[in-house]
Design a protein around this ligand. Sequence first.
Ligand code: R5P
Length: 286
Amino acid sequence: MKVVGGTFAGKIADLAGAEHVGVEHRVFPDGELNFRVLSEDLEDDVVVALRKRPGEGVNDYLVKTYLLTRTLYEAGADLTLVMPYFTYARQDKVFRPGEPLSSRHVARLFDPLIEKFITVTAHTHRRSSLLPLFDHAEAVNVSGVPALAEALPELEGPFVLGPDTESVVWAEELAGLLDARGHGAFDKERDLETGEISIKAKDFDLHGTVVMVDDMVSTGGTTERAAREALARGAEELHITFIHPVLADGALDRLRSLEPASLIAANTLESPVSVADVVPLVVRHL
Ligand code: R5P
């Protein structure tokens, strides 16, 4: 088996006992992407594992991943695609007429080319499985929550709190792994026109240690608002965890201003807080 990609692919290859094949990248002056896979023998079991780079837009990442996957498919490889942060998964429903069902459209770009698709904690809140997105490929949605649990320090019966309704599934999973005294999630409303968020707190006993968990932090607004509520309701030691560190400009500062005892994200994207390693979780599914 060969694992094609950068440092994330290299880690997968090391752990899986496979060969790592690097990729050289070039960008033309108009922004067009080009690359070269640094191996000529690609008619084999091949894993493509590309992680979006810091500062790279999701569209560039997607085009690059598509071109690479297509190139390997045409070279005759049997392909598994590892997309640790499933881009465009946020739009997992047509909220208003005229919008695209982006998660499905993106899945269908890759579906005819690959045998297996592996991602980590996909943002498909309104779908219990990734299967309806793919017709052909086996789709695996690996939970990144065990990696967060592993990266946290030893804690005495924390309360695990999700900042919004959908996050209760991750709160429940993390609570089980941490032997927590309880778990739950606040509710959040987002105005579809303005994007304005409001948090509705619930009557949990948050005194003592609170571990917050979400699938991603983008602007940091959701986590910050929920964390301020938790602090106002008695939380004394706050640990902030999330899977995907999307981290728009200023998000880390927002989170750090809460003075958390720890700030932990998974390495599905590179960031200064990507300390929870999902590679062992991914390798189990190869
Ligand atoms: C929403 O459904 C997600 O689970 C996250 O809570 C959200 O995407 C975080 O976004 P932001 O950090 O911009 O509030």
